[in-house]
Design a protein around this ligand. Structure first.
Ligand SMILES: *Cc1c(COP(=O)(O)O)cnc(C)c1O
Length: 499
């Protein structure tokens, strides 16, 4: 409300009050994190139950008391969330979030720099630039590459995809669109294990999903480079334009790493852009005993990594890296008459709106920048190595159970399935039964609140999948997991036999 020369606003909080509210909230968060291991991983509530908690009241006509609002909201979140920060959370590829990230987000929001341009966010822009350099350094990429923080792996892959699209088309796609193709089909090559982002990218950026050549994989689910070369050659002979090969550095299902060195060599040979999707496995390249192929990650023209996975940043934080900085800028830069961000002397300022699809941008770099310094390179080496060790130990643990079948181990992912002792495997009917049974086991494990797994489909087999990207997981959670699966498996199998 406007008064003479002052104004009172319902959103302002006076400093004394803010201190009190903030201290209380941080207290509540610390208590929550302390209680995490003793809470169920998953509240397993139905949508109707969750909706009921919120009720159907319209927009409140008048403002509410902020203290009780924060208290009620914390309780809602603490009591009705699935906790990916729980030591027994092994689903998908979702990491536990480093608490420093929560503090960083609070600090970032309080200052609220807009990282679209240097002028609007001087120190924040340089912190993001340093974060990008550090991320590049961690995975062995040149520190002078182009890079930008985005919301996650999908967006990081999209940004790299667009950089490759601009750089490797032999006409100006940004102006002419696909009209410039003169009827040629543009091809993208990816293995069948590639994450779904590739379909979204081919669709959203106008290629159509039929532009994707799905390359077969070998028995370890890695791209078959001979098949890749045959396909590229045959497409070129047919007058088509091979644009890009996507190599996966740590697949979602099993942690498989494509033969990055051989893919790179083929891309050089045929002048094709080499993009590596390291959203999951990229940061494992910093391990001294990283899988051999990961050591060639740096050969890629562009790399997507996901700080909200193995850097343990809270959601959201992805990072796109493009070896040739200009190629990244060329893919996104337009000059607008209403922006005058050229700077006034000194070196030209870094304006991130020219390096990605976003215009106004938040300070997601801060949580990553702080976490990197809190843990240091050594800290990350230990955490990532420990995650891999735990997955390997789980795989070994599974072998001790006669009714569990170990399937795959890669990076920090172990897969296995339950096979009741009186059910054979291999025949069509038994495989069908095993798929149904393991799917039911997965659901029951998730609902149990004791641990959280997800699944993979490997050669038509439905398997249980544990992925450790979690600095809170210990041997205790790993050891009790197979027993939980067997207990649930036995029960479900007995129930089914009884019908
Ligand atoms: C997680 C992941 C993605 C998608 O990343 P988001 O952060 O979920 O958007 C893409 N590719 C791979 C290999 C991934 O592991």
């Amino acid at each position: 409300m406007l008064k003479n020369e002052s104004r009172s606003s319902p959103l302002e909080i006076d400093p004394q009050e803010l201190r009190k509210l903030g201290h209380q909230l941080v207290d509540d968060i610390a208590g929550f994190l302390e209680s995490l291991p003793h809470r169920p991983v998953n509240p397993a509530e139905f949508p109707e139950e969750v909706q009921k908690l919120l009720g159907s009241a319209p927009v409140p006509a008048n403002g509410l008391d902020i203290g009780s609002l924060l208290h009620r909201t914390s309780k809602l979140l603490f009591d009705h969330s699935l906790f990916n920060g729980h030591p027994a959370f092994f689903g998908y590829i979702t990491s536990s979030a480093a608490p420093i990230g929560a503090l960083a987000d609070m600090l970032a929001a309080a200052v609220n720099p807009n990282l679209g341009s240097f002028q609007l966010s001087p120190i924040a822009t340089e912190i993001e630039a340093q974060t990008v350099r550090w991320i590049a350094e961690m995975i062995g990429y040149p520190a002078d590459c182009g890079g930008i923080l985005v919301s996650g792996g999908n967006m990081a892959n999209f940004v790299c995809f667009l950089a490759g699209r601009k750089a490797n088309m032999d006409w100006n796609i940004r102006e002419e669109g696909f009209a410039g193709a003169n009827g040629r089909t543009v091809r993208i090559y990816a293995s069948k294990e590639t994450h779904t982002w590739i379909k979204k990218a081919a669709d959203v950026f106008g290629f159509g999903t039929n532009a994707i050549r799905w390359i077969d994989t070998d028995d370890q689910l890695r791209m078959d480079v001979n098949a890749l070369e045959r396909q590229i050659k045959s497409d070129m002979n047919a007058g088509e334009k091979p644009l890009m090969v996507v190599g996966t550095a740590g697949s979602v299902s099993t942690g498989a790493v494509d033969p990055l060195r051989a893919i790179s060599a083929l891309c050089r040979k045929y002048d094709v852009w080499f993009h590596a999707d390291g959203a999951y496995g990229g940061f494992a390249a910093l391990l001294p005993d990283a899988p051999e192929e990961l050591k060639h990650l740096h050969l890629a023209d562009s790399i997507a990594v996901d700080p909200h996975k193995w850097l343990y940043a809270p959601l959201e934080a992805g990072c796109a890296l493009v070896k040739n900085k200009e190629a990244l800028r060329d893919a996104f830069s337009f000059n607008a008459p209403y922006y005058r961000f050229e700077g006034t002397g000194g070196e030209p300022p870094l304006n991130y709106f020219e390096y990605g699809p976003q215009n106004s941008r938040g300070f997601r770099a801060l949580k990553v920048w702080l976490a990197i310094q809190q843990a240091g390179l050594q800290g990350y080496k230990e955490m990532i190595a420990d995650d891999c060790t735990l997955a390997r130990e789980l795989f070994a643990e599974v072998r001790k159970y006669s009714d569990l079948q170990p399937m795959t181990y890669g990076l920090s992912i172990a897969t296995f399935r339950y096979i009741p002792e009186d059910v054979g495997q291999g025949s069509e009917s038994s495989e069908k039964y095993l798929n149904e049974l393991n799917e039911a086991i997965l659901k029951r494990v998730q609902e149990s609140g004791e641990a959280y797994l997800s699944n993979a489909i490997i050669n038509g087999k439905f398997v249980l999948r544990a992925c450790v990207v979690n600095f809170r997981t210990t041997r205790k959670e790993i050891r009790s997991l197979p027993a939980l699966v067997v207990k649930i498996g036995k029960k479900l199998h007995t129930e089914r036999k009884a019908v």
